[in-house]
Design a protein around this ligand. Structure first.
Ligand SMILES: [Cu+2]
Length: 125
């Protein structure tokens, strides 16, 4: 009984140290919602160059528009255009930084991406 427990713990530690947590091949998924907070999760911490995918399960069109596309300062780094119901929008990944974005159709919809080169940094900034 105790032996099995030890094997489980050692096995888990082995998986953790083999870099599974650093796997950047699977996209981060963000869900669009018609109600607050509109983008779920609203401000995920993402390892740089990890693909990011927004899914739109709502009956409404939405966009994923970087704030730089509308505001004067900065440059326009991504803009999905209209994402129809049941569709999704993907980015191949972003360099480290903090990105705010919103929906052009519903300006109340706002989200944020916290992209970091150091996956060991906790999500509280
Ligand atoms: Cu919208």
């Amino acid at each position: 009984m105790n032996g099995i427990l030890i094997i489980l713990i050692v096995g888990w530690a082995g998986l953790a140290s083999s870099g599974m947590a650093l796997d950047t091949s699977l996209p981060i998924r963000i869900m669009m919602e018609d109600g607050s907070p509109y983008y779920i999760p609203i401000a995920p911490t993402i390892v740089s160059h990890t693909p990011i995918q927004w899914d739109n399960p709502t009956p409404t069109h939405h966009t994923v528009t970087h704030s730089g596309c509308i505001e004067d300062e900065g440059s326009c780094l991504f803009d999905s255009g209209s994402v129809p119901p049941g569709s999704s929008f993907s980015l191949p990944g972003l360099p480290a930084g903090r990105y705010t974005y919103h929906c052009r159709i519903h300006p109340i919809m706002r989200g944020q991406l916290i992209v970091t080169d150091s996956p060991s940094i906790p999500s509280q900034l």
